[in-house]
Design a protein. Structure first.
Length: 165
């Protein structure tokens, strides 16, 4: 039976696995994806600072839950707001491309008011939620620090206990 499957390659091979499907040129698809990624990298699509920082701060290297929570809250704060600015409208089909771009721009201009309004409201909700989570985290971190300080003071005032004679 010839079904799609994944199989591991030798360590010398740079791919993690291969996929085979009857009647599908998987290698052509992979080449197309790689070419698209390379083109987008050249165009600066992937030049987002968060991507580089995520690679540098790989979650596996975070040592404890506090570091993870701090990193997570920082990332959450950075991605809270939806970008509501205009974007470039492109057409990949060559035939009628200028006409299609013009049509898409007209449609976008008609819908822009509604989407901006929704996105603005979503940005407000996202910001309020992130602020609430950050403030809750800060509140409990301060409370825990105060309790740890109090425990340390109580332990310092306590007379030493004798261990069995």
């Amino acid at each position: 039976m010839n079904t799609p499957h994944a199989e591991t390659n030798s360590p010398a091979d740079h791919t993690l696995f291969t996929v085979h499907a009857p009647g599908v040129d998987v290698e052509a698809i992979v080449r197309d994806i790689e070419a698209t990624v390379a083109r987008k990298m050249e165009e600066g699509v992937y030049d987002d600072a968060r991507v580089a920082r995520a690679e540098r701060s790989n979650l596996a290297t975070l040592q404890n839950r506090d570091e993870f929570l701090d990193f997570y809250l920082k990332c959450l704060r950075e991605v809270t707001l939806i970008n509501i600015s205009d974007f470039e409208i492109r057409e990949r089909r060559r035939a009628w491309a200028p006409l299609l771009v013009c049509l898409k721009k007209c449609i976008w201009n008609l819908l822009k008011f509604y989407t901006y309004r929704l996105w603005s409201q979503q940005n407000q909700v996202n910001s309020l939620l992130v602020t609430a989570v950050e403030n809750t985290d800060r509140k409990y971190a301060d409370k825990i620090a105060a309790l740890e300080k109090r425990i340390a003071a109580l332990e310092a005032d306590r007379p030493p206990t004798s261990t069995g004679d």
